[in-house]
Design a protein around this ligand. Structure first.
Ligand code: FES
Length: 112
């Protein structure tokens, strides 16, 4: 079995309504992660690319958050309809989607 080529970590953290930081999956549905799983399966990428549900990735204000390794590309404000494009552009073609990318200077800039 070949090793995985990519891991897609999808924040599925859920917090109570009204929490000051919000959360990436207020409905607790894991819709985004399930969308990645379905898209990877549809494209036959399942054996090589893994979509993992993650706990809080500490970028809550920029969520829903997804990070793609090994490139370490952070995406924010990700919607289920963005999933096919992330798989196609980033996983398959190796390109960054600029309008979804969280710039390095915004990572770990939690409001005080
Ligand atoms: S709740 Fe998703 S990054 Fe914190």
């Amino acid at each position: 079995m070949p090793p995985f080529t990519h891991h897609i970590f999808v924040c599925c953290n859920r917090r109570e309504p009204g929490h000051s930081r919000g959360c990436c999956d207020p409905a607790g549905s894991e819709a985004l992660r399930n969308g990645f799983k379905a898209e990877l399966k549809r494209r036959g990428l399942g054996p090589l690319v893994r979509a993992n549900s993650a706990g809080c990735l500490d970028q809550c204000e920029l969520g829903p958050v997804v990070v793609v390794y090994p490139q370490g590309i952070w995406y924010g404000g990700v919607k289920p309809e963005d999933v096919p494009r992330i798989v196609e552009e980033t996983v398959v073609a190796g390109r960054v989607i600029d309008e979804l990318r969280i710039p390095d200077e915004r990572l770990n800039c939690r409001p005080k």
